[in-house]
Design a protein around this ligand. Structure first.
Ligand code: NDP
Length: 540
């Protein structure tokens, strides 16, 4: 029996001319004219998705248990999905705000009533504890509800103030859907993250073609299947299974806009691909979020929030806290409290665990490298360290005295590790926090200056005296600056992200001064000059 190397996903689509790969009940046979090869069974590494016989198989990252098998989309299937979505988008837009709101709110109640089942599936496929999955679902449902309830107010046709110089015209503004939105999602929050695009795109009147991560196709299917229960008439929300190449095909398939959430490296490829067809793009990419602990902070609250903000979901959180800057006179006390909190967390696959496995096995090498590099360059592990890395788990690791130019401080680790650095004052903390090329979220703990510090952090979102809380608030926009991407999901800005502004002027009276017309006379041009000087020429 020949076994395919575990590290190479076995792909029957790679049939070689003259050599055919045939699926059997036991595995695969290589069939070539006049030759007989042994049957080959594709061995699987827990958590690494494989394509077998044209189907994407997802497995639990700790146990390797198969979660589901999903048909991989071909190029034709990608094009067909987008073609089907176009009339569906027209039908969906035709329901109007009220019709869509009713359907979307029905979807929220369906998801809310099944929250235990949905959370269990998230846990089985991605590995996070069910309690963490419940919190994820809670936030996702909140966003569907907010988008449904506020879409009309934010996007509807409204009259806006005109201008004195064109007083004979009224001005109107509305936000019209793009038609079809391509949503490409990551695996780390498989319902919350894509929902930030899907719910807002749907509420704005678009159809959606969704490509979930290859690591979490089962949760992707659940999103689409539950939506189809409340909107059975048309394929308003469709799914495409596959690896990155399927996502790449979606970016070229003629959608009105692409909403991508994932790594910065992939985000750059998506942007380049969208540039070929001038397809607008929203990029929600990685982060290296910092927390500032000022001298007047509540240290118990700060340590507790840092432990959760940095270690939840095993640190696989785009807005996870990865760096902490603590003012000198409270640094040692804070570190002691943080170590006490983090060391009490239970790591494992049991449902009372706080931290589950690393979902994407390849990430373990990155986490190990970041810890090793920090230790090699003078850092110290006050909790965890290299021994904490024991695939598929990584135990909480707190690093201090890590140089600011090391990868553990500069690059996204995406694991349950935190660096804690001593700073002279909050100003220095902000300066170091803002030196990162990323700028997604962040947090501040303190009293007197906390709001000022929060405002000066170079990021899209900041929590004061909490961590990550902005993500669950429907009314607040979510997105980054710098290498964390651009564009916003959530809130009113998130709704507008999935709609084009449409401006209309409407004549309401005859023009006394016809400036925008060849009918104007030289005398009227003189009057126009006088009007301009009166309106704008006075020195202030
Ligand atoms: P990836 O960038 O690896 O993948 C994201 C998605 O893009 C997946 O569906 C992937 O498919 C797909 N993809 C991969 N290559 C291409 C391509 N060339 N063209 C089109 N699509 C492609 O990210 P991860 O899934 O590993 O997610 C983790 C990253 O996501 C982290 O950096 C994290 O910070 C970031 N993130 C950002 C968030 C934000 O809101 N800013 C929220 C959550 C995560 P496949 O998986 O099949 O390869």
């Amino acid at each position: 029996m020949f076994r395919a190397p575990a590290a190479i996903p076995f792909d029957p689509a790679l049939d070689h001319p003259g050599i055919r790969i045939a699926a059997t009940t036991e595995g695969y046979s290589l069939v070539a004219p006049g030759l007989c090869f042994a049957t080959m069974t594709a061995t699987r590494t827990p958590g690494v998705p494989v394509i077998e016989n044209g189907r994407l198989i997802s497995t639990n990252p700790a146990t390797g248990a198969e979660i589901g098998a999903f048909p991989v989309a071909s190029a034709d299937a990608v094009g067909a999905a987008v073609d089907r979505a176009r009339p569906a988008a027209e039908w969906w837009a035709g329901l109007g705000f009220t019709g869509r709101k009713q359907r979307l709110l029905r979807w929220t109640s369906l998801l809310a009533n099944r929250i235990q089942d949905v959370s269990e599936l998230i846990s089985r496929e991605g590995g996070k504890p069910v309690a963490e999955a419940v919190v994820e679902c809670f936030a996702a449902i909140e966003h569907v509800s907010w988008a449904a309830k506020h879409a009309e107010r934010v996007l509807k046709l409204r009259r806006v103030r005109g201008s004195v110089s064109l007083a004979e015209f009224s001005a109107y503004l509305e936000y019209q859907p793009y038609g079809v939105i391509g949503v490409i999602g990551p695996w780390n929050y498989p319902i919350f993250t894509p929902m930030g695009s899907i719910a807002y795109a749907l509420a704005a009147g678009n159809a959606v073609v969704f490509k979930p991560s290859e690591y979490t196709p089962a949760v992707g299917r659940l999103i689409v299947d539950t939506f189809a229960e409340v909107v059975p008439e048309q394929p308003v929300l469709q799914i495409l299974y596959g690896k990155g190449d399927v996502g790449a095909m979606l970016t070229r398939a003629g959608v009105g806009k692409v909403a991508f959430t994932g790594s910065t490296a992939t985000g750059k490829k998506i942007m380049a691909s969208c540039a070929e067809t001038m397809t607008p793009v929203l990029l929600e990419c990685g982060g290296k979020d910092a927390m500032i602990v000022d001298s007047d902070a509540d240290l118990d609250a700060a340590a507790s929030a840092a432990a959760w903000g940095g270690l939840t979901n095993a640190g696989q959180t785009c807005i996870g806290i990865e760096r902490i800057y603590v003012v000198d006179n409270v640094h040692d006390a804070f570190v002691d409290k943080l170590v006490a909190k983090a060391s009490a967390l239970k790591v494992g696959v049991d449902q009372d665990s706080d931290i589950g496995p690393i979902t994407m096995p390849a990430q373990i090498d990155t986490i190990r490298h970041h810890i090793a590099d920090a230790l090699d360059h003078g850092g110290r592990a006050v909790l965890g360290g290299l021994d904490a890395v024991a695939a598929p788990y990584v135990r909480p690791t707190i690093l201090v005295d890590v140089p600011e130019d090391s990868v553990a401080v500069c690059e996204e680790t995406f694991g349950p590790t935190l660096t804690v650095s001593r700073v002279a004052n909050a100003h220095e903390g902000v300066r170091l926090a803002n030196a990162a090329r990323y700028g997604l979220g962040g947090a501040v703990f303190g009293r007197r200056d906390a709001m000022r510090i929060a405002r000066s952090l170079r990021s899209g979102m900041t929590s004061v005296n909490s961590t990550l809380t902005f993500a669950g608030m429907g009314s607040l926009p979510f997105g980054g600056v710098g290498d964390s991407g651009f564009g916003r999901i959530h809130g009113a800005d998130g709704l507008r992200e999935f709609a084009r502004p449409k401006a209309i002027t409407k004549r309401r009276a005859r023009s006394l001064l016809p400036s925008m017309s060849f009918e104007r006379t030289p005398k009227q041009v003189e009057i126009i000059k006088r009007v301009v000087k009166t309106l704008h020429g006075r020195r202030r």
